[in-house]
Design a protein around this ligand. Structure first.
Ligand SMILES: NC(=O)c1ccc[n+]([C@@H]2O[C@H](COP(=O)([O-])OP(=O)(O)OC[C@H]3O[C@@H](n4cnc5c(N)ncnc54)[C@H](O)[C@@H]3O)[C@@H](O)[C@H]2O)c1
Ligand SMILES: [Zn+2]
Length: 349
């Protein structure tokens, strides 16, 4: 079992525990000094949530379980309101805890609920997808969707995050592949050992090692810049084009990020002389991630979506690019570079 700590100044604000067979550690942490727990889950994690609820009841806690709709359907203000009412009916106080058991969508909304109900009670996450483990559950961003994805949210760290490698090992292949995109992204920006681990193939990769390394990178970046004023932006490598692909196509977030990384890799090669773009494309492709946008995507549509990207400022479009492996920079890109990036993912510009 390994523990990673998020700090604000010299104060520890959140602990991320990575290990196996974590049930007892999870129940102990949730029950510590509390009488009530709300256990939120998604349809795929009901069995895990029920086991935690049983453990918590056995130590005398008053436990309320609630299954939220799956995926993005949970990240809605109407769902948030339903849970607020449930917490109110059961007289939850600031001393109680909300335990979110699920992937990134479930932990994003759990964090939002916990941060806002009574102006904040404790949240704990048991993150059950690889994407959640290496990205969504770490760093204190909570969100719901309102027209735009993640339009409303607050920065608020859960007290604890638990990552049970036994759960991740048992994930279906497609969810491992989607999470691998974010893990490989973390590798290219900060620690190539993470990316190189996937040379073994998606079914043979040592997830415990990959998750510990990726969490360590994200924790270090977040500790440096918790509210994304500067360096935290490097975590958005592959996301400028990736977010646009996610909106324009049925791709999952991980798949869209893979395509976005191929685009960013090509832009990095042309603008900064980065020599690893081909290697990146081959690695992503070898584990089953898409590396081209597909025939139904129009470059004009992607351009319009990218223009709305959050990182665009008055000086023009800015992207996270790589000067070298593990050496990201945020730079302004000109139109020729955007064309090169689009070309690399099979788009006419
Ligand atoms: N807060 C952040 O910093 C941050 C960062 C990246 C992504 N995100 C968010 O994370 C979400 C994407 O993450 P995700 O893919 O984990 O989302 P998700 O919660 O929608 O999970 C994907 C699917 O996997 C299923 N699932 C979860 N655990 C499972 C298990 N153990 N076995 C089988 N199926 C399981 C879910 O039910 C769902 O259908 C998006 O909403 C995105 O905006 C947040
Ligand atoms: Zn992402």
């Amino acid at each position: 079992m390994r523990s990673h700590v998020i700090t604000e100044g010299s104060t520890a604000v959140s602990e991320i525990v990575v290990g196996r067979s974590l049930a007892a550690a999870i129940s102990d942490a949730a029950a510590q000094g509390r009488t009530k727990a709300a256990v939120l889950c998604q349809p795929s994690t009901v069995h895990l949530a029920e086991a935690f609820a049983t453990d918590l009841r056995s130590v005398g806690m008053d436990v309320t379980g609630y299954t939220l709709p799956d995926g993005e359907e949970a990240k809605q203000l109407s769902v948030v309101e339903t849970v607020y009412r449930m917490l109110n009916e059961r007289s939850f106080t600031r001393n109680d805890v909300v335990l979110g058991v699920g992937g990134g969508a479930l932990t994003d909304v759990t964090g939002f609920i916990a941060a806002t109900y009574l102006r904040g009670l404790s949240a704990m996450y048991v993150t059950t997808t690889l994407l959640g483990a290496v990205d969504a559950a770490i760093g204190g961003k909570t969100a719901v969707n309102v027209d735009g994805k993640n339009l409303a949210g607050v920065f608020s760290h859960p007290e604890k995050v638990f990552i049970d490698i036994d759960v991740l090992d048992a994930l279906p292949n497609d969810l491992k592949v989607q999470g691998a995109a974010e893990a490989i992204k973390t590798g290219f920006i900060a620690d190539m050992e993470i990316a190189n681990a996937f040379d073994a193939g998606i079914s043979n990769v040592d997830l415990e090692s990959v998750v510990n390394k990726a969490v360590a990178v994200k924790v270090a970046v977040v500790n440096d810049d918790s509210k994304e004023h500067g360096r935290r932006a490097i975590l958005n490598y592959g996301h400028t084009v990736g977010h646009a692909i996610e909106v324009a196509t049925p791709c999952s977030h991980g798949e869209a990020v893979s395509i976005g990384m191929v685009a960013a890799g090509a832009a990095s090669a042309s603008l900064l002389g980065f020599g690893g773009a081909d290697h990146q494309r081959a690695l992503l492709s070898s584990i089953g991630l898409p590396v081209a946008a597909g025939v139904n995507v129009k470059s004009s549509q992607l351009r319009a979506l990218i223009a709305m990207d959050k990182k665009r400022d008055s000086s023009g479009l800015r992207m996270v690019l790589l000067e070298r492996f593990e050496s990201p920079v945020v730079v302004s890109v000109d139109d020729a570079t955007v064309r090169t990036a689009f070309d690399a993912i099979g788009l006419d510009s």
